[in-house]
Design a protein around this ligand. Structure first.
Ligand code: ADP
Ligand code: 5GP
Length: 201
Protein backbone atom coordinates (compact mmCIF):
# COMPACT_ATOMS: atom_id res chain seq x y z
CA UNK A 1 0.00 0.00 0.00
CA UNK A 2 1.25 3.53 -0.82
CA UNK A 3 2.45 5.59 2.12
CA UNK A 4 -0.42 8.00 2.90
CA UNK A 5 -0.03 11.59 1.77
CA UNK A 6 0.47 14.47 4.16
CA UNK A 7 -2.41 16.72 5.12
CA UNK A 8 -1.24 20.35 5.21
CA UNK A 9 -3.50 22.95 6.78
CA UNK A 10 -2.86 26.63 6.05
CA UNK A 11 -4.62 29.36 8.01
CA UNK A 12 -4.06 33.05 8.64
CA UNK A 13 -5.89 36.36 8.56
CA UNK A 14 -7.85 37.22 5.43
CA UNK A 15 -5.57 38.97 2.92
CA UNK A 16 -2.36 37.53 4.33
CA UNK A 17 -1.68 35.68 1.07
CA UNK A 18 -2.87 32.10 1.70
CA UNK A 19 -4.52 31.79 -1.70
CA UNK A 20 -1.47 33.21 -3.45
CA UNK A 21 0.83 30.80 -1.60
CA UNK A 22 -1.42 27.84 -2.47
CA UNK A 23 -1.29 28.77 -6.14
CA UNK A 24 2.53 28.90 -6.00
CA UNK A 25 2.70 25.55 -4.19
CA UNK A 26 0.42 23.88 -6.73
CA UNK A 27 2.41 25.25 -9.66
CA UNK A 28 5.76 24.17 -8.28
CA UNK A 29 5.13 20.95 -6.37
CA UNK A 30 3.43 18.20 -8.34
CA UNK A 31 2.43 15.90 -5.46
CA UNK A 32 0.31 18.61 -3.79
CA UNK A 33 -3.43 18.80 -4.38
CA UNK A 34 -5.76 21.58 -3.33
CA UNK A 35 -8.97 20.71 -1.55
CA UNK A 36 -11.75 22.83 -3.05
CA UNK A 37 -14.06 23.94 -0.26
CA UNK A 38 -17.79 24.38 -0.41
CA UNK A 39 -19.17 27.75 0.58
CA UNK A 40 -22.43 29.65 0.79
CA UNK A 41 -20.57 32.90 -0.01
CA UNK A 42 -21.30 34.51 -3.39
CA UNK A 43 -18.51 34.28 -5.97
CA UNK A 44 -16.24 37.31 -6.30
CA UNK A 45 -15.47 38.71 -9.75
CA UNK A 46 -13.29 36.16 -11.54
CA UNK A 47 -14.00 33.27 -9.17
CA UNK A 48 -15.09 30.06 -10.86
CA UNK A 49 -17.31 27.31 -9.46
CA UNK A 50 -15.26 24.13 -9.01
CA UNK A 51 -11.98 26.01 -9.19
CA UNK A 52 -11.94 28.49 -6.30
CA UNK A 53 -14.86 26.98 -4.39
CA UNK A 54 -17.97 24.91 -4.86
CA UNK A 55 -20.53 27.69 -4.48
CA UNK A 56 -23.71 26.20 -3.02
CA UNK A 57 -26.97 27.31 -1.43
CA UNK A 58 -27.44 27.24 2.32
CA UNK A 59 -29.91 24.30 2.15
CA UNK A 60 -27.37 22.19 0.25
CA UNK A 61 -24.68 23.06 2.78
CA UNK A 62 -26.96 22.04 5.64
CA UNK A 63 -27.71 18.75 3.95
CA UNK A 64 -23.94 18.05 3.57
CA UNK A 65 -23.47 18.74 7.28
CA UNK A 66 -26.39 16.47 8.15
CA UNK A 67 -25.06 13.64 5.97
CA UNK A 68 -21.58 13.94 7.52
CA UNK A 69 -20.05 14.76 4.13
CA UNK A 70 -17.77 17.47 5.52
CA UNK A 71 -14.45 16.82 7.27
CA UNK A 72 -14.90 20.17 9.00
CA UNK A 73 -17.05 23.24 8.59
CA UNK A 74 -17.44 26.69 10.12
CA UNK A 75 -19.22 29.99 9.82
CA UNK A 76 -16.68 32.63 8.82
CA UNK A 77 -17.51 36.33 8.36
CA UNK A 78 -21.22 35.47 8.08
CA UNK A 79 -20.94 32.68 5.48
CA UNK A 80 -20.54 28.91 5.77
CA UNK A 81 -17.45 27.08 4.53
CA UNK A 82 -16.58 23.38 4.64
CA UNK A 83 -14.15 20.73 3.39
CA UNK A 84 -15.67 17.79 1.46
CA UNK A 85 -14.47 14.68 3.29
CA UNK A 86 -14.37 12.04 0.51
CA UNK A 87 -12.06 13.95 -1.87
CA UNK A 88 -9.46 14.55 0.83
CA UNK A 89 -9.57 10.96 2.14
CA UNK A 90 -9.18 9.45 -1.37
CA UNK A 91 -6.17 11.62 -2.19
CA UNK A 92 -4.40 10.92 1.11
CA UNK A 93 -5.06 7.17 0.74
CA UNK A 94 -3.46 7.22 -2.71
CA UNK A 95 -0.30 8.86 -1.36
CA UNK A 96 -1.02 12.41 -2.52
CA UNK A 97 -0.41 15.40 -0.26
CA UNK A 98 -3.42 17.65 0.26
CA UNK A 99 -3.48 21.30 1.24
CA UNK A 100 -6.49 22.79 3.02
CA UNK A 101 -6.77 26.57 3.17
CA UNK A 102 -9.25 26.99 6.01
CA UNK A 103 -10.00 29.17 9.02
CA UNK A 104 -8.84 28.47 12.56
CA UNK A 105 -12.14 26.94 13.76
CA UNK A 106 -12.03 24.41 10.93
CA UNK A 107 -8.30 23.79 11.41
CA UNK A 108 -8.85 22.82 15.04
CA UNK A 109 -11.61 20.38 14.02
CA UNK A 110 -9.17 18.80 11.56
CA UNK A 111 -6.43 18.69 14.23
CA UNK A 112 -8.73 16.71 16.52
CA UNK A 113 -9.37 14.14 13.76
CA UNK A 114 -5.93 14.22 12.07
CA UNK A 115 -3.26 15.00 14.68
CA UNK A 116 -0.66 13.79 12.15
CA UNK A 117 -1.54 16.76 9.88
CA UNK A 118 0.84 19.69 9.49
CA UNK A 119 -0.66 22.94 10.73
CA UNK A 120 0.91 26.12 9.35
CA UNK A 121 -0.13 29.64 10.27
CA UNK A 122 0.65 32.41 7.76
CA UNK A 123 1.13 35.96 9.02
CA UNK A 124 1.64 39.21 7.10
CA UNK A 125 4.79 41.28 7.76
CA UNK A 126 2.60 43.87 9.57
CA UNK A 127 -1.06 44.79 10.15
CA UNK A 128 -0.64 47.86 7.91
CA UNK A 129 0.63 45.67 5.07
CA UNK A 130 -2.31 43.31 5.64
CA UNK A 131 -4.80 46.21 5.29
CA UNK A 132 -2.91 47.33 2.17
CA UNK A 133 -3.23 43.90 0.59
CA UNK A 134 -6.95 43.58 1.30
CA UNK A 135 -7.68 47.03 -0.13
CA UNK A 136 -5.43 46.42 -3.14
CA UNK A 137 -7.09 43.07 -3.83
CA UNK A 138 -10.26 45.12 -4.34
CA UNK A 139 -12.57 42.11 -4.12
CA UNK A 140 -14.48 42.94 -0.90
CA UNK A 141 -16.82 45.79 0.02
CA UNK A 142 -15.54 48.36 2.57
CA UNK A 143 -17.89 46.77 5.16
CA UNK A 144 -16.54 43.28 4.47
CA UNK A 145 -12.96 44.61 4.70
CA UNK A 146 -13.65 46.27 8.07
CA UNK A 147 -15.24 43.03 9.34
CA UNK A 148 -12.14 41.06 8.28
CA UNK A 149 -9.67 43.56 9.76
CA UNK A 150 -11.67 43.65 12.98
CA UNK A 151 -11.07 39.92 13.44
CA UNK A 152 -7.29 40.03 12.98
CA UNK A 153 -6.07 40.43 16.57
CA UNK A 154 -8.37 37.70 17.84
CA UNK A 155 -7.38 35.48 14.89
CA UNK A 156 -3.67 35.88 15.61
CA UNK A 157 -3.99 34.39 19.10
CA UNK A 158 -5.02 31.10 17.45
CA UNK A 159 -1.53 30.79 15.94
CA UNK A 160 -0.29 29.26 19.22
CA UNK A 161 -2.16 26.07 18.36
CA UNK A 162 -0.33 25.54 15.04
CA UNK A 163 2.96 23.67 14.45
CA UNK A 164 4.65 26.31 12.27
CA UNK A 165 4.40 30.03 11.61
CA UNK A 166 5.52 31.56 8.31
CA UNK A 167 5.71 35.28 7.51
CA UNK A 168 4.49 36.06 4.00
CA UNK A 169 6.73 39.01 3.17
CA UNK A 170 8.14 37.84 -0.17
CA UNK A 171 5.92 35.24 -1.78
CA UNK A 172 8.78 33.09 -3.16
CA UNK A 173 10.49 32.96 0.23
CA UNK A 174 7.28 32.06 2.09
CA UNK A 175 6.50 29.31 -0.42
CA UNK A 176 10.05 27.93 -0.17
CA UNK A 177 9.71 27.78 3.62
CA UNK A 178 6.45 25.86 3.38
CA UNK A 179 8.01 23.46 0.90
CA UNK A 180 10.93 22.95 3.33
CA UNK A 181 8.46 22.22 6.13
CA UNK A 182 6.68 19.62 3.99
CA UNK A 183 9.99 17.97 3.03
CA UNK A 184 11.12 17.84 6.66
CA UNK A 185 7.76 16.40 7.72
CA UNK A 186 8.18 13.63 5.13
CA UNK A 187 11.44 12.66 6.87
CA UNK A 188 9.95 12.33 10.35
CA UNK A 189 10.69 8.97 11.93
CA UNK A 190 7.05 8.42 12.85
CA UNK A 191 6.12 8.64 9.14
CA UNK A 192 8.89 6.22 8.11
CA UNK A 193 8.94 3.36 10.57
CA UNK A 194 8.40 0.95 7.67
CA UNK A 195 11.91 1.79 6.37
CA UNK A 196 13.47 0.79 9.69
CA UNK A 197 11.37 -2.36 9.92
CA UNK A 198 12.36 -3.51 6.41
CA UNK A 199 16.10 -2.82 6.81
CA UNK A 200 16.21 -4.24 10.32
CA UNK A 201 15.06 -7.67 9.09
P1 ADP B 1 -5.84 35.33 1.42
O1 ADP B 1 -6.05 34.11 0.57
O2 ADP B 1 -5.00 35.03 2.63
O3 ADP B 1 -7.10 36.05 1.78
P2 ADP B 1 -4.69 36.45 -1.04
O4 ADP B 1 -3.81 35.34 -1.49
O5 ADP B 1 -5.98 36.69 -1.76
O6 ADP B 1 -4.96 36.36 0.54
O7 ADP B 1 -3.79 37.77 -1.08
C1 ADP B 1 -4.33 39.06 -0.78
C2 ADP B 1 -3.69 40.10 -1.71
O8 ADP B 1 -2.32 40.26 -1.35
C3 ADP B 1 -3.71 39.69 -3.18
O9 ADP B 1 -3.97 40.83 -3.97
C4 ADP B 1 -2.28 39.17 -3.43
O10 ADP B 1 -1.88 39.36 -4.76
C5 ADP B 1 -1.46 40.00 -2.47
N1 ADP B 1 -0.26 39.31 -1.94
C6 ADP B 1 -0.18 38.04 -1.52
N2 ADP B 1 1.08 37.76 -1.08
C7 ADP B 1 1.79 38.90 -1.22
C8 ADP B 1 3.16 39.28 -0.95
N3 ADP B 1 4.04 38.40 -0.43
N4 ADP B 1 3.54 40.54 -1.21
C9 ADP B 1 2.66 41.44 -1.73
N5 ADP B 1 1.35 41.16 -2.03
C10 ADP B 1 0.92 39.91 -1.77
P1 5GP C 1 -12.69 33.97 1.56
O1 5GP C 1 -14.13 34.34 1.66
O2 5GP C 1 -11.78 35.17 1.68
O3 5GP C 1 -12.37 33.11 0.38
O4 5GP C 1 -12.37 33.05 2.83
C1 5GP C 1 -12.72 33.51 4.11
C2 5GP C 1 -12.16 32.60 5.16
O5 5GP C 1 -12.76 31.29 5.05
C3 5GP C 1 -10.63 32.37 5.06
O6 5GP C 1 -10.10 32.47 6.38
C4 5GP C 1 -10.53 30.96 4.54
O7 5GP C 1 -9.34 30.33 4.99
C5 5GP C 1 -11.75 30.32 5.18
N1 5GP C 1 -12.16 29.09 4.50
C6 5GP C 1 -12.14 28.80 3.17
N2 5GP C 1 -12.55 27.55 2.94
C7 5GP C 1 -12.83 27.01 4.16
C8 5GP C 1 -13.29 25.72 4.59
O8 5GP C 1 -13.51 24.80 3.82
N3 5GP C 1 -13.47 25.56 5.91
C9 5GP C 1 -13.22 26.53 6.83
N4 5GP C 1 -13.41 26.25 8.12
N5 5GP C 1 -12.79 27.75 6.46
C10 5GP C 1 -12.59 27.98 5.14
Amino acid sequence: MARPGILIVLSGPSGTGKGTICKELLQNYSNINYSISTTTRSPRAGEVNGVNYWFIAQEEFQSMVKNDELLEWAEVYGNYYGTPRRYVADLLDSGKDVVLEIDTQGAMQVKAKFPQGVFIYIVPPSIDELANRIYKRGSDSPEAIEKRLGCVRNELTCAYRYNYIVVNDQIAEATAKISAIINAEKCRVDRNTDLIDVMGK
